[in-house]
Design a protein around this ligand. Structure first.
Ligand code: AMP
Length: 500
């Protein structure tokens, strides 16, 4: 008895209590609160409440099924289309992004998480995948393999943006790249992948497409744009006024209402395409028609990064929104006091497809000069990236049912110390036999365990108590009828196969 007491006392000392307020006495004379005239200095240790950084979110277990669904579909499809999985580090040399994404882009100029590491290296958390893919392609000499190289990856990216709906500082992308092909059919195949991917997910989308031409086409277009916006300079937002000097194409990306009005009548790049770029674009569109991919030409789609050439595209969700409440003439004709039967809910409204702005689910394009600029070896290429958080938001918004994760059909309930310990091994045996079994080994009460089994919705609960331990049996409880049967442990697996 005394021994037990001592043991408990010992344990008590091991429990650390959080310090809330520490009272320290110093030899300063203050009020007479303390007999020895020492003024109390209260050092209030603020309790540390851990929290995630702004714009960086946890993916909680209840979200897991959405992530699994999207990633599994993407991976299966990428493999079907011949893409090979690759993973690259989250941290890269800063200069990689400066030289590829572009020094004047928002992403590099304002959003990159960059720092000097302990070895004085200038590094950055990747804000996008393409530069890392290109770096890996060059570093591992993939030029020498049969072209094109088709790469697929998934992972977190970091941009110091103003967090808001659909815009995070840490977000995830599914990314595909095709390196070593200038053929229009490659552009069409990547866009066809986009169509199929969203079809498989069940999300209705609009695929918008444009061509940015080559550097020669852009030189011509750039001066046309400057001429057009010069006289309207004062009506542009302050950012666009700067863009007019540094990168006028970027004005076309502006979401400010005033700028958007001016953009509508701006010259279109398709009218400035050189013969080769024009023919490339036409062939891409012909391939898309052949593959029955619906698309919309968007002459002002420029995408925000410096390296894009020729084809660019973006995938936007199409939502169905109520545009009007229908009036039913028959109902209107009825006189006051008459029993008016309301129309069914879906007949009362008129709906129309709406494309919400600022909600692109993915986008991509060609970057024919990037590999050459970084390696000296001309290698045309293109890619696409999908925002996983936005896709999941859209799945929820469009109320798309996703297939459920493999839910357990069996619960193992245990009663007593011996049975609880034996359950550890039993669960392993069941798992190896291919059964997913729910449990709560930390609960002693059988009632609580049965309640849990009920809540999960399992078909069968296995009950292992003292009696069953000594008899080498186990109870099978059918959860819908409540009937119980005692089965020899030896026959358990065979019986489970019959019933599950
Ligand atoms: P980008 O690399 O900017 O072309 O973006 C490709 C896709 O990634 C976008 O269409 C979005 O779906 C997603 N995305 C980009 N930036 C963010 C962000 N800050 N937060 C969440 N998703 C993003």
């Amino acid at each position: 008895m005394t021994k037990k007491k001592n043991k408990n006392n010992k344990k008590k000392h091991l429990i650390k209590r959080p310090k809330k307020i520490q009272v320290r006495r110093e030899n300063k004379i203050n009020n007479n609160q303390f007999q020895d005239n020492a003024a109390p200095v209260i050092v209030q240790h603020k309790k540390y409440l851990p929290k995630s950084l702004r714009g960086m979110e946890d993916i909680l277990p209840e979200e897991g099924k959405y992530w699994d669904f999207v990633l599994q579909k993407a991976q299966d499809l990428a493999e079907d289309y011949g893409f090979k999985k690759i993973e690259t580090p989250v941290l890269e040399e800063r200069v990689l992004f400066e030289k590829s994404t572009g020094m004047t882009t928002e992403v590099v100029e304002k959003q990159m998480y960059q720092f000097t590491d302990r070895g004085q290296n200038q590094v950055a958390l990747r804000p996008e995948f393409t530069p890392s893919m290109v770096r890996a392609y060059i570093e591992h000499g993939m030029f020498s393999l049969s072209q094109p190289i088709k790469l697929f990856c998934f992972g977190p990216l970091f941009r110091y943006e103003r967090p808001q709906s659909g815009r995070l500082r840490q977000f995830h992308q599914i990314n595909l790249e095709v390196l070593g092909s200038d053929k229009p059919v490659s552009d069409a195949q990547v866009i066809l992948f986009c169509k199929t991917f969203f079809e498989v997910l069940g999300i209705k989308v609009s695929i918008q497409i444009n061509s940015l031409g080559c550097s020669e086409c852009r030189k011509v277009y750039r001066s046309k744009l400057i001429n057009y916006f010069k006289s309207k300079r004062n009506r542009l937002c302050p950012d666009c006024q700067k863009r007019l000097i540094r990168n006028p194409l970027r004005i076309l990306d502006c979401k400010q209402e005033g700028c958007k009005d001016l953009i509508t009548d701006a010259p279109q790049i398709v009218d400035s395409l050189c013969e080769n770029c024009h023919s490339h674009f036409v062939k891409v569109l012909e391939c898309l028609d052949e593959a029955e991919v619906a698309y919309e030409l968007n002459p002002f789609l420029v995408r925000g990064l410096d390296y894009y050439t020729r084809t660019v595209f973006e995938i936007l969700p199409i939502r169905t929104e109520v545009v009007a409440i229908k009036k039913d003439s028959k109902l209107e004709e009825k006189k006051e006091g008459e029993n008016k039967e309301p129309l069914p809910a879906d007949k009362q409204v008129e709906v129309a497809p709406v494309i919400p702005s600022m909600s692109a689910l993915g986008g991509g394009g060609r970057y024919d000069n990037l590999v050459g600029e970084l390696s000296g070896r001309e290698t045309p290429a293109l890619g696409v990236a999908f925002g996983v958080e936005r896709i999941i938001e859209e799945l929820k918004y469009q109320n798309i049912r996703i297939s459920k994760e493999r839910a357990p059909k069996i619960f193992l309930a245990q009663l007593g110390e011996l049975a609880m310990r034996r359950s550890l091994k039993l669960l392993e045996d069941l798992r190896k036999e291919g059964f997913r079994v729910a449990e709560n080994l930390a609960k002693d009460s059988l009632r609580a365990q049965l309640e849990m089994a009920n809540k999960i919705g399992v078909k069968l609960t296995l009950i292992l108590g003292q009696q069953e331990m000594s008899d080498k049996t186990i109870i099978f409880r059918d959860m819908s009828s409540g009937n119980q049967e005692t089965i020899d442990q030896e026959k358990m697996i065979k019986e489970l196969r019959k019933r599950i």
